[in-house]
Write a protein that binds this ligand. Structure first.
Ligand code: NAI
Length: 306
């Protein structure tokens, strides 16, 4: 069955170029009305012009789609609120939010400034928080919403020089995990994309032959699937060059140690079992961890844990 978004309204942030542009064009091609947001700055976040967003709107319109350009800075809540108000005024609903806008301020931790760190967190994490906050009530009232955050392998696994970026990119996963719980009653799904693509952000960092394979268009289907009506929830979908994989945060079953072994030496002595990845499980809420430990402790102390 072809996945389409007829009658739906989507906001794609940072859609003036790179991945966001590809997501916006594809959503519009499949029937969505699309807000093409972009501040139009450089990779490090300096400067700004709405030309990039306007050019993507022109492309969408030329292909017979419907779109409007927006120049809001996602890090500024007042501007985001205005973008959402304008969208509601024109199209009356918001079904899909793709949080994609981002910048880089790469520096090793020893050399990087706290100001750069805060700016990167402000754009990636607070930008996603701001946009999500501004559409949350609307989606609750509609009892429908599909929200996407853009994480990164740098956040999930680390990357030299990207402590600021990695922190922000894991922050959005933390937001996702809780919003999945709070949005469940309202048919709001929240998922995360971990892309790898040849864009101006990665130009010069990726070898030319690989760059050609890593087109944004190979990543976009992952977004289209995750924001569709029948799409998944609470999923981190990695995508690049036509490859798709799921990343998960898991925890080992672990073990309960009797009081005399609740010591660093006790942990060291049982490390193989505590760290046994054959027992890993995905926990669906923080409380599941507490329950696991309390049940094991109760059994260890010989008390019933009802
Ligand atoms: P890009 O630089 O081509 O696109 C980012 C867009 O966001 C730009 O058009 C920029 O003007 C816009 N933007 C920046 N700050 C903004 C703000 N405050 N408000 C509104 N718009 C703003 O880079 P690319 O590669 O397309 O990145 C898209 C997303 O994917 C980013 O979140 C990035 O961190 C993420 N990502 C990209 C990877 C890659 O391999 N290209 C890898 C992992 C994550």
């Amino acid at each position: 069955m072809t996945i389409r978004y007829d009658g739906q309204v989507a906001i794609v942030t940072g859609a003036g170029g790179g991945l966001g542009r590809s997501h916006a064009i594809a959503l519009a091609a499949r029937g969505a009305k699309v807000v093409v947001n972009d501040l139009g700055g450089s990779v490090d976040g300096s400067g700004g012009s709405s030309d990039a967003a306007k050019a993507v709107v022109a492309e969408i319109e030329a292909a017979g789609g419907e779109a409007m350009a927006n120049g809001a800075n996602v890090a500024d809540y007042a501007q985001v609120e205005k973008m959402v108000a304008e969208t509601m005024e024109r199209w009356g609903r918001i079904d899909i939010l793709v949080n994609n806008a981002g910048i880089l301020r790469d520096k090793s931790f020893v050399k990087g400034s706290l100001d750069d760190f805060k700016l990167v967190v402000d754009v990636h994490l607070m930008g996603s928080v701001n946009c999500t906050k501004a559409v949350w009530d609307i989606m609750r009232e509609q009892a429908y919403g599909r929200i996407l955050v853009t994480t990164s392998s740098s956040g999930l696994y680390g990357n030299f020089g990207q402590a600021n970026y990695g922190s922000a990119k894991m922050g959005v996963i933390g937001m996702m995990n809780t919003l999945v719980l709070e949005g469940a009653k309202y048919n709001i799904h929240v998922n995360a994309l971990a892309p790898t693509a040849g864009t101006r952000m990665t130009e010069g960092l990726i070898q030319e032959d690989a760059f050609k394979l890593l087109t944004p268009e190979t990543v976009t289907p992952a977004v289209l699937y995750m924001v569709s009506e029948g799409g998944p929830n609470r999923t981190i979908l990695s995508a690049g060059a036509g490859g798709y994989a799921v990343a998960k945060i898991v925890e080992t079953e672990g073990m309960w140690l009797p009081p005399e072994e609740q010591t660093p030496e006790g942990i060291a002595a049982h490390w193989d079992q505590i760290n046994d990845f054959n027992t890993v499980r995905e926990l669906k809420a923080g409380g599941e961890q507490t329950i696991k430990f309390v049940m094991a402790a109760a059994a260890g102390h010989g008390i019933s844990a009802e």
